[in-house]
Design a binder for this molecule. Structure first.
Ligand code: ZN
Length: 166
């Protein structure tokens, strides 16, 4: 995606207050992101473990979302598939994310939800920077590039759908 500055990323978040956008913490300095090989940005807040963020380029414009992981019930957690990258994780690897809707609907407390890699870390798994439990994964013949492309399409469609509900 197009290279974004820290300010552009904060300004892109459409479903949180300006204060929250200002306070959030980056996992990686945006100035050091390899933007050319980053189809979308996803990261977990290093100081606020339940909060994650997504930022995608929609029609040439950066659009960002705050995602809030549901706290896990203790004990048995079944494996779930990330709706963005289709990786399957058990336990802490996957979170049910509540995504506040933008605008008036969000101020009334309305959210959308999706299962997603914890910390919106899809690209870490797809690019091999984080390990997947092999036995849990779907049998697929897609290449790594195709999986990354699919995740990008899913993230963009999701971000777009939330934006359009605002
Ligand atoms: Zn994922």
């Amino acid at each position: 995606m197009r290279a974004l500055t820290e300010k552009e990323i904060r300004d892109s978040l459409m479903n949180c207050s300006k204060g929250q956008a200002k306070r959030l913490n980056f996992a990686q300095d945006p100035a050091e992101v390899d933007w050319e090989n980053t189809p979308f940005l996803g990261w977990g807040d290093p100081k606020s473990p339940l909060d994650s963020y997504l930022c995608a380029e929609i029609d040439g414009e950066a659009v960002g979302l705050v995602l809030r992981a549901a706290a896990k019930p203790s004990g048995a957690a079944t494996a779930q598939m990330c709706q963005m990258c289709k990786s399957v994780h058990a336990g802490a690897g996957i979170s049910f994310m509540a995504v506040p809707l933008p605008g008036e609907a969000g101020r009334k407390g309305n959210t959308a939800g999706t299962y997603m890699c914890q910390g919106a870390a899809c690209l870490d798994y797809l690019m091999g920077r984080a390990r997947l439990e092999k036995s849990l994964q779907m049998k697929e013949t897609l290449t790594r590039e195709e999986k990354i492309e699919r995740a990008q399409e899913n993230v963009e469609a999701f971000v777009r759908s939330i934006r359009d509900r605002g």
